[in-house]
Each structure stands twice: as structure tokens, then as C-alpha cells.
Design a protein around this ligand. Structure first.
Ligand SMILES: Cc1cc2nc3c(=O)[nH]c(=O)nc-3n(C[C@H](O)[C@H](O)[C@H](O)COP(=O)(O)OP(=O)(O)OC[C@H]3O[C@@H](n4cnc5c(N)ncnc54)[C@H](O)[C@@H]3O)c2cc1C
Length: 427
């Protein structure tokens, strides 16, 4: 076994070792390297297969409500018995799952939503601004498009609920248009919509995630960041209140600051460092289609079906399903069918063929039980920063998380209030 000492950069603030090469890890590397840190990123895979690639590519200040919200539990129980449903929590006797489920239920209330919304929104707004900076620095090779997101409602009931949410969003400072059927159809003149109405969140945006990840990696290499593939972190050696060494099968690494990301595996990583972080993987699926032939102008959420549809590079990506369960790589064809069947219910005439199994991507959203990120310094380990648990909005929040990681590393005031995101809040 060799020991790699990560040398400090010349004008350096020090050296940083990041575990996990998803959007949160790469964005952290970007802001740290920009600030003069000597950065190494370790990933168990090859930086191409994580959740940050196949997602729906939506940048969503509109998502200021955490997953743990009123009504989710009742709806989830109803959906338990529908094999094509978009939300599913696998019943299990595992202690960690029961404990996660109880915490989730304890937070699915109005008080939690009202308290958390401004902090989630502030983080999302920060990220949205940072995406503008990334687009100019990386040459917007990743299709960042600011056309908002349509929330399509099939029923009057959903539309009324959305109007209520739109009022709340407006109070929080977001720009939202409420559209009747004719108005939303006018925004999508080349397809026939079969909906009651919509809301249009104008502050939202979309991009092409694989292009973003590739552009970031290219930039990181230019900044001198080492991206190390097939380096699964298996343990941490602590000396006093610090992590002295990070262990993989082949090597040990030392650095001044350690940043744990790791997506849906953050709990396992943190556990190795002696920190408890409740996490559940929320499996989702996506696939690409050329069926819309460039006719779709806006990304949209098909609200009743919980399906996302996003124009990307001439094609369209369709994604959905939240299966909360222990990590497994099975593709549940019934749930993919649920996604496929939803499309013609909103876009008349778009009966799509079932994609074959090879064309269906799956990924694991890193879900905390209160629906809030984990972002902050560890209390008992002085050189450890934790960033993850961003659930359904990790792509959106990635740059803000990365920026804040760099500020924490400098012991600076953070650009957003992260008190509610304390990684050890469930201790
Ligand atoms: C269908 C679907 C649609 C989505 N749509 C959107 C959307 O439109 N907008 C949005 O904001 N979000 C969306 N998301 C969520 C978003 O994709 C995730 O929240 C985000 O990608 C998580 O990023 P991450 O960096 O935390 O984790 P990941 O991208 O999963 O990266 C974690 C990395 O850590 C590595 N790792 C784990 N353990 C170890 C170890 N021991 N050693 C070394 N490396 C390790 C893994 O190999 C992986 O590369 C969607 C998710 C799904 C499934």
C-alpha cells in the first residue's frame, strides 16, 4: 500500500480530498480549486454513472417544499398497492428503514414545510445564480436554458392546489404565472395538450446533465484537480479530532480537509467515520425519446403522474418514480410502464413504445428523512465537511452546496444560512 500526500498548491489554502464524483463532489472541487486549494476527488466508479447523469435536468427554485410534506404519507399508502404508481416505500423490517420512516412521518407536517421553505429556496436561488457563472466559465456547453418549468394539471382539483402553491411561491419572491388550458396551449403550439391548466415557474431552468458533468470534469482537469476513478473509500484513520488518512483498497490519502459527498451512500461513508446520517435511496428511472421531434419547448412536470419531461439536445428525457428502498439495481418494468402511460394523458397522441431495458437509466436520489440537505462541518471531526442528502433536487442545489463547502473550508461566512442543514441533526 502506498500513501499519497496531496501537496498543497503554491499559493494554496491547503489540500482537500473529496469523496464522491457526483454533482455535489465536482461542484465542491470546482469552487475549492478556484480558491487555490489543491484538490483530489475519489470515486468508486468512473465519474460517468451516478445519479447526477440521468436525472431530469431541472433547476428548481420552484421546489421549496421538502419531500416530507403534509399529504405525502396518506398518498404514499394509497400508492403502495398500485404497481405502476410513482411513489413507493418498500415495507421492511430493517431497523434503519423503520427509523427513517418514523422520522419522515414526524416531519410530514405544515409546520416543518413553513419553517424549511425559505432556507431551501435561498439555497436554490444561490445555485441558480451560480449556474449562470458556471455557464459563462464553462462556455455553457451544457444547454442551460431559462424558460421556466410548466406544472401541468389534468384536473381542476390539482390546478387549484397549484394556484395555492403559486401564491405561496409569489409571497416567497418567485415569479409564477397561472395559466388556463388555452394559455398553456399557446406556450406549446406544436403539441396538443390534454390538461385543465398549469402554473409556470419562470425562475426555473433546465440543462443537459451529462454535458454539465463532462464540462465540469474538463474544467477541473484544467484547474489541476486530480479525478481518481475506481477508488472506493473503505475507511478513515482518525488521530485526535482529525481524519489523518482516508483508505481505499490500493492507497491511503492524506489532506488538510476532507469532504464527504457520496450521494445515496453518504450514510455508509459517514458511518465509517463514526457519524450517523439517516439516508434512504429513492430509486428513479429515465429514458430518452426522439418522439417529440424537437416540438416540445418547455420542460414540464405532469403533476398527477409525478413524471418529468425535459427537452435535451434535440431529444426529450422522460423520468419519474420514487421507490424508497435499500439500494438494488432491479428495473421495475411496471413502474417504467406507469411513466410511459402517463405521457399521452398530457400530450395527446404521444403513445410511446416501452423502452427496452438497456435504454432505461436508473439512479438513486439521496433522501434525508426531513427532506433537507446535509451540509456543514462535522462537530466531532475538525477537518471534515459533509455535503449531500439533496434528494429530488441535488442537481439544482449542487453548485450552492459546492460553493458553501469551499466557504466552510475557509472558515468563512456562508452565502446561505445552513443552520437547518446540520449533518448531525439526527444524533
Ligand atoms: C429520475 C431522477 C430525476 C431527477 N431529476 C432531478 C432534477 O430534475 N433536478 C434536480 O435537481 N435533481 C434531480 N434528481 C436528483 C439528483 O439527480 C440527485 O439529487 C443528485 O444527482 C445527487 O448528487 P450527489 O452528488 O449527491 O450524488 P451522486 O450523483 O449519486 O454521486 C455520488 C458519487 O459518490 C460515489 N461514491 C459512493 N460511495 C463511495 C465510496 N465509498 N468511495 C468513493 N466514491 C463513492 C458514487 O460512485 C457516486 O459517483 C433526479 C433524480 C432521479 C433519480
Amino acid at each position: 500500500m502506498t500513501i499519497s500526500h496531496i501537496p498543497a498548491a503554491i499559493q494554496s489554502r491547503g489540500s482537500a480530498l473529496i469523496v464522491g464524483g457526483g454533482i455535489v463532489g465536482l461542484a465542491s472541487a470546482y469552487y475549492l480549486a478556484k480558491d487555490g486549494w489543491k484538490v483530489t476527488v475519489l470515486d468508486r466508479d468512473d465519474f460517468t454513472g451516478n445519479c447526477s447523469y440521468g436525472n431530469a435536468g431541472m433547476i428548481v427554485p420552484s421546489h421549496f417544499t421538502p419531500l416530507a410534506a403534509p399529504g405525502v404519507v396518506t398518498q404514499g399508502i394509497k400508492w403502495l398497492f398500485d404497481s405502476r404508481s410513482p411513489f413507493y416505500m418498500k415495507p421492511s423490517l430493517s431497523r434503519s428503514m423503520i427509523s427513517w420512516g418514523l422520522k419522515f412521518m414526524g416531519h410530514a407536517n405544515e409546520k416543518h414545510v413553513t419553517r424549511s421553505a425559505p432556507y431551501i429556496l435561498a439555497l436554490n436561488n444561490l445555485s441558480s445564480d451560480l449556474y449562470a457563472g458556471l455557464a459563462s466559465d464553462l462556455g455553457n456547453d451544457f444547454g442551460l436554458t431559462r424558460r421556466g418549468i410548466l406544472m401541468l394539471c389534468k384536473t381542476e382539483k390539482t390546478w387549484e392546489e397549484e394556484i395555492h402553491l403559486a401564491e405561496r411561491a409569489t409571497d416567497l419572491g418567485l415569479k409564477v404565472d397561472v395559466l388556463d388550458r388555452k394559455q398553456v396551449q399557446a406556450l406549446e403550439p406544436d403539441v396538443e395538450l390534454d390538461v385543465f391548466g398549469a402554473t409556470h415557474f419562470l425562475s426555473d431552468a433546465h440543462l443537459y446533465p451529462p454535458a454539465l458533468m463532462a464540462a465540469l470534469q474538463k474544467q477541473l482537469r484544467q484547474l489541476g484537480v486530480a479525478l481518481v476513478s475506481h477508488a472506493e473509500v473503505t475507511g478513515f484513520v482518525r488521530i485526535g479530532d482529525k481524519i489523518a488518512r482516508v483508505t481505499t483498497a490500493d492507497e491511503e490519502y492524506t489532506a488538510d480537509t476532507i469532504v464527504l459527498t457520496g450521494g445515496a451512500w453518504l450514510d455508509q461513508l459517514a458511518n465509517k467515520a463514526g457519524i450517523t446520517i439517516p439516508m434512504m435511496a429513492g430509486k428513479g428511472y429515465s429514458f430518452m425519446t426522439s418522439a417529440f421531434e424537437g416540438k416540445l419547448r418547455h420542460p414540464a412536470l405532469l403533476l398527477e403522474a409525478r413524471v418529468a419531461i425535459t427537452p435535451m439536445g434535440g431529444q426529450v428525457r422522460i423520468g419519474g418514480t420514487m421507490e424508497l428502498a435499500s439500494i438494488n439495481h432491479r428495473i421495475n418494468r411496471k413502474r417504467v410502464e406507469g411513466i410511459v402511460n402517463a405521457i399521452p394523458q398530457y400530450y395527446a397522441g404521444y403513445e410511446l413504445p416501452m423502452p427496452d431495458e438497456k435504454s432505461v437509466w436508473h439512479g438513486f436520489r439521496p433522501c434525508s428523512p426531513d427532506g433537507l440537505p446535509y451540509l456543514g462541518r462535522a462537530k466531532s471531526i475538525s477537518n471534515l465537511i459533509i455535503a449531500g442528502g439533496m434528494g429530488m433536487m441535488g442537481l439544482s442545489l449542487g453548485p450552492a452546496a459546492g460553493k458553501i463547502v469551499s466557504e466552510l473550508a475557509h472558515e468563512e461566512r456562508t452565502s446561505a444560512d445552513i443552520q437547518s442543514f446540520d449533518p448531525e441533526r439526527f444524533h
